[in-house]
Every structure is written in C-alpha cells, then in structure tokens.
Design a protein around this ligand. Structure first.
Ligand code: CMP
Length: 152
C-alpha cells in the first residue's frame, strides 16, 4: 500500500563525491530505493549560490569550510521525487557526521569527514522548496513514468 505524500527534494553530490568517482554509486542507491530523478545537472557552485544555499549556517564555526568545500569543484544537483522523498533520502544518507552514521547508510559506508560528507539533501518541505528553486527552473523538470512506479 502506498503511503506518504509525493514530495520533491534536492540532493547534491558534493565535490568529494564527484572527485572520488562515486556519482554513479550514490545515484544508484537513490534510484534503487525507487526515487525518481525529475531533474539533474552538473555545475560549479559559485560563492554567491553557496551563501544563499547555506544561509542558515552563516556565522557557525564550520561555515567557511563548508562554503570552501562546496565551491571547490563541480557538484551534481538532482531533484528527486517519491513518497516521503525528503525523509526517505535523509534516512538513506545517514547522520551528518559519518563517524555517527549507521553502517548501511551512504555516509556510514562511504563518507570520510563532516564537511566532505558526500551528499547534501533538503531536511524539510520548506527547505526542499527553497533549495530546489536555487538549482532548477520550472522548465528543467521532466515528467515521465518510471517502470514499477505503481508499486511506490
Ligand atoms: P549538509 O547536509 O550539506 O548541511 C550543512 C553541512 O555543514 C553539513 O552537510 C556538513 O557537511 C557541514 N558541517 C560541517 N561541520 C558541521 C557540524 N559540526 N554540524 C553540522 N554540519 C556540519
């Protein structure tokens, strides 16, 4: 039985994920869970975009390192859709700190540090709406049916 509202969430494969050649593996984990890619692009995050994205962390001790990391190379931005997609993706990622992330989660299995923690994902419907609008315009979304979608 399908449960949960269909949601969209922003996922960024951060620069460490791209540099480590984990893009395919990371997206594969998300796709295997049934999440549908409805928009995707590779881009270089500018300092201006980084500041807008991480505005709630401004002034925190890790802010400068966070901005430096996200602007240090290309990222992959994904808009993912699915039932309860926001919480499902956060569960798949595991805790922000990879040393605390459960084995079996993406960060628990692969992430090396708190700043280079491989992937960012929106943490609430409000954050998802705000963050998706930073990375995608309305005409960049694709509507299609995924095989097996009737089971989700
Ligand atoms: P992300 O999901 O991109 O959201 C904010 C990021 O700040 C987080 O992942 C981490 O990469 C980074 N960060 C660095 N230090 C900390 C910290 N002490 N607490 C939370 N986030 C941190």
């Amino acid at each position: 039985m399908a449960e949960g509202n269909v949601e969209r969430t922003l996922v960024l494969v951060k620069t460490d994920g791209v540099r480590r050649g984990l893009v395919g593996a990371l997206i594969g984990r998300l796709e295997a869970k049934g999440l549908k890619i409805v928009a995707a692009k590779m881009l270089r995050v500018t300092p201006e975009l980084a500041q807008r994205h991480y505005v709630e962390h401004e002034g925190k001790v890790f802010y400068t390192a966070l901005i430096q990391h996200i602007t240090s190379g290309p990222v992959i931005a994904l808009a993912l859709e699915g039932r309860s997609a926001i919480s499902v993706v956060r569960l798949l990622l595991g805790a922000t700190n990879p040393q605390l992330a459960a084995p079996g989660t993406i960060r628990g299995d692969w992430a090396l540090g708190l700043t280079p923690n491989l992937v960012h994902a929106s943490d609430s419907p409000e954050a998802a709406a705000r963050e998706l609008a930073l990375y995608f315009t309305a005409d960049e979304y694709q509507a299609y049916s995924r095989v097996g979608e009737e089971y989700f």
